[in-house]
Ligand binder design. Structure first.
Ligand code: GLN
Length: 486
């Protein structure tokens, strides 16, 4: 077995037992990246020299004793997280040469645990999109099928897992951007509870919805990553000061006493029959593991897309005003006046989807329209959150598909933003409600594309998600299956 195909937990064990060194592991990952990157295009920036230097330092540290939780393990992160030693582009031209002056809290936590950050992963510009096609640099491709989308916006983070280019990765999820690419690429992805993980140094898209989370090769690795990145941060006033459990302790065999709710609203019109079939088979496996299955109702589900596509662009239009050619990144050099400079900088620096969101958001917040759009959407958001409150009195987790279809072809929906917005219908509600959600591989379509199962739970109940996902993983019989690459 090649080192690059190990899981995070396996590689950690090999390092701890002294069977391999971090330099060997990192070299293996770097050669894997060199071999498959022309096909999958997951990385925007790669720091080979830095990674090897960190690996040497990690080996020295381990010999000296006091190695951290992730000492010497090579990881990669979505290019929306600030890194002081590598540029952070957010997939945008406007930040092409932007090297942040500090590390995001999650990056600092990974580094403090001894992890090696190999590079920055491709994404939709400012995390706006569902396919990673809105990346100004390279469009990652689905490792399972050439020419197919990886999903988005954390497409590179999911591809790096499916293609064994890193041992674990981080993404961000505002409306599904961790869970959806995880599902389309056949890997595990978790959006933690809003407030569980610090957003300090995560470049903001929609601040009331954004959350950082792990994408991993299996459920155990997801728990390991959650142990390291979770917790209160004084620099993020929305992070919550509740104790961080040992998430690996949640990986227990059997689901006796666990109540699983199935909402018919998530199995409605437009759901691909193969996706439905895989998810329903998965639900039977959870029943066999001891869970009690019952129907529950989330009646406001049909409003989620409309509510999200007002709130998220509204917040984005405000957050993105900071990219003005003065404070960060690109500045048009040929402007005649200040206003001309703003206008040229933003017209050239931002791509079409980002401009569309800024326009929608500015409109929704403008005087005379605010009450009809933003305020109304916020009120319906409360109803959506109340739906979950009611449901989690009746069950411990809600199980559903992640996306209505498996991956589609690159370009297929690129000119149809509405079709893409509608494809987010099953993932958006977790962000609106602030609850945790996870995608775990459940099966494959007849054409060989992965299909994930979504699990959602009450605030700060990530443990039940990990436990249920781990049980599905044991039973689904596809753990460790990897695409043929090169
Ligand atoms: N696809 C959604 C959007 O385009 C979600 C993106 C995300 O979660 N960052 O807004």
């Amino acid at each position: 077995m090649e080192f690059f195909s190990l899981t995070l937990a396996q590689a950690k064990e090999q390092l701890e037992q002294g069977n391999i060194t971090s330099v060997q592991l990192t070299e293996s990952i770097l050669s894997r990246i060199a071999a498959v990157e022309p096909r999958v295009k997951a990385f925007i920036t790669l720091d080979q020299d830095g990674a090897l230097a960190q690996a040497e330092a990690a080996d020295r540290q381990r010999r000296a004793g006091g190695a951290g939780e992730l000492c010497g393990l090579p990881l990669a992160v979505k290019d929306v997280l600030c890194t002081s030693t590598m540029r952070t582009t957010c997939g945008s031209k406007i930040l092409e040469n932007f090297v942040p002056p500090y590390d995001a809290t999650v990056i600092k936590k990974l580094k403090d645990a001894g992890a090696i950050i190999v590079g920055k992963l491709a994404m939709d510009e400012f995390a706006m999109g569902s396919t990673s096609e809105n990346c100004a640099y390279n469009v990652p491709e689905n490792p399972w099928k050439p020419g197919y989308v990886a999903g988005g916006s954390s497409g590179g983070s999911a591809v790096a897992m499916a293609a064994d280019e890193s041992l674990a990765s981080l993404g961000s999820d505002t409306g599904g951007s961790i869970r959806q690419p995880a599902s389309l690429c056949g890997v595990v992805g978790m959006k933690p509870t809003y407030g569980r993980v610090s957003r300090y140094g995560l470049v903001a898209f929609a601040s009331s919805l954004d959350q950082v989370g792990p994408l991993t090769k299996d459920v155990r690795d997801c728990a390991l990553m959650m142990n390291v990145i979770s917790g209160h941060d004084q620099r993020d006033s929305t992070s919550v000061d509740t104790p961080v459990p040992d998430y690996t302790a949640a990986l227990k065999d059997g689901l006796k006493g666990v109540r699983i709710g199935i909402p018919p609203e998530y199995f409605g019109q437009g759901l691909d029959p193969e996706v439905e079939q895989v998810v329903r088979t998965g639900i039977e496996m959870l029943r066999e593991a001891g869970a009690e299955i019952k129907e529950v109702s989330l009646p406001h589900t049909e409003y989620c897309v409309a509510v999200y596509y007002l709130i998220a662009p509204a917040e984005a239009s405000s957050n993105l005003s900071r990219f003005d050619g003065v404070r960060y990144g690109y500045r048009a050099g040929d402007a005649g006046s200040l206003v001309d400079m703003y206008s040229k900088t933003r017209s050239r620096g931002f791509g079409d989807e980002v401009k569309r969101r800024i326009l929608i958001g500015t409109y929704a917040l403008s005087a005379g329209y605010y009450d009809a759009y933003y305020k109304k959407a916020s009120q319906v958001r409360t109803l959506i959150r109340d739906d979950f409150k009611t449901v989690f009195d009746q069950c411990d987790l809600v199980v559903s598909p992640v996306t209505p279809t498996p991956a589609w072809m690159i370009g297929e929906k690129a000119d149809d933003p509405l079709a893409l917005y509608l494809s987010d219908i099953l993932t958006i509600s977790a962000n609106l409600a602030g609850i945790p959600g996870l995608s775990v591989p459940a099966g494959f379509s007849s054409s060989g594309l992965p299909i994930g199962m979504q699990m959602q739970a009450a605030h700060f109940n990530e443990e039940i998600l990990l436990r249920a996902a781990w049980n599905l993983e044991q039973r689904a019989g596809i753990k460790g299956r990897r695409p043929e690459l090169g």
